[in-house]
Design a binder for this molecule. Sequence first.
Ligand SMILES: [Zn+2]
Length: 435
Amino acid sequence: MAFLAVLPAPSDSSVEEEDEDDMDFYNECMLRGKSMSLSAFYRIARNVLNTCFRKEPTTQEVEHEYWKLVDERLIHTAVHTAIVDTKSLGSGFPIHRQDSFAKHGWNLTTVPSNHHNILRYLGSMSGVTAPWLLVGMLFTTSCWSCDSHKLPSIEYLHTGADKIWYSIPQSEHVKFRKAMHSLVPDLCSEGLCWLEKDAAMVPPSALLAEGVSLCRVEQKSGQYLVTFSGSYVANICCGYSVAEAVYFATLQWLPVGQVAIQMLRQQCKETLFSIEKLLVLLGMSEVDRGNAKILSWVLPEIIQVRDTELQLRSRLRQEGLTAAGRYGWLEEGHGRKQGKKVPTDTQERQCEKCDYPCYLSMVVEEQENEVYCLQHALDYIKDKKSCQGLKFMYRYDEEQIQDLVNRIELVVTCTQDGHRTKNKVACKTTANTAS
Ligand SMILES: [Zn+2]
């Protein structure tokens, strides 16, 4: 799928008179285009380059011309970019077993299953744990943005022209935000996502003049670039290029990610996945292994999740919601385990109000088959002054959630007491008795 990356046109009085739809068009940096083959994309890329430059430009020449266009705002320039899901359309890295690089750590298709990447517990998810291909041409732009989940990412430039990156570390955020509010006030708002993705491209010289420190890097074909959690980045393609990128997360991301995702949720902004799902699956997997190092990061976050979840469930009961049912479990049908229920990875349904994926529980309005997260179910009940037609659905009952937290606590406490080796078996035995 190709997108048009449009450099903003000048705002003059003639534009102001046009209707709102046209204004939206002028203000949009990215517009969805039509699907095309890679060879067609390449032909357009060559044509754009030949139109703008008489001979193959250097990286510095492209950079100079780009910022001149943005600065002067006299020419409306449209170029293409494409974001391709490698899960369905293939990766630029070797994936066949016979290839010696198929399992190499720097092969980005192996990042989703890397031992230190906690996102692996989510399984394969397009746009989250599966890499995506980025195809660009001269002036293809990724405007100033910070991943709203504060996830770090890694990008490899497979082939083609250089990419110029600008980056602002988290320590400069206050200055950056102040500068952007002063330079492009119409494009800034309040809250966590104060600068919408792909909304603004401000020259680094203007930011430096406002006292913001930033880094500049030229990424060349065959090089990797890592974007750290919480940093603002922007990039420009200097010609046709094919890159591949993927998110990852280490344990240290957990508290940062929990805050970021809960804030997105409060503001009804789209989230890539449920943080509750990640914490529960991570906790369940590592508690059986007695992995105190990982669990000590999980514990404070999962306690927070438990407290919120149990409090909301209690409030719903107080409001009179008694109809309840279970989802996400399958009965095993053969062998000695016959009749035993096991969790199954069903797709989470999203809340009607905030779009958050409901992993632990949800409330279903049965007539319209609408789903609400617990907080928005409480709002719904307050509004309707009734629980009629609502049913509380849960994946884990309260005892199971509490039991998981207890087991994690046991492993962490035993290790902190300095009896790791001696008590590992004892911990497991106690935990099994408790479960
Ligand atoms: Zn909701």
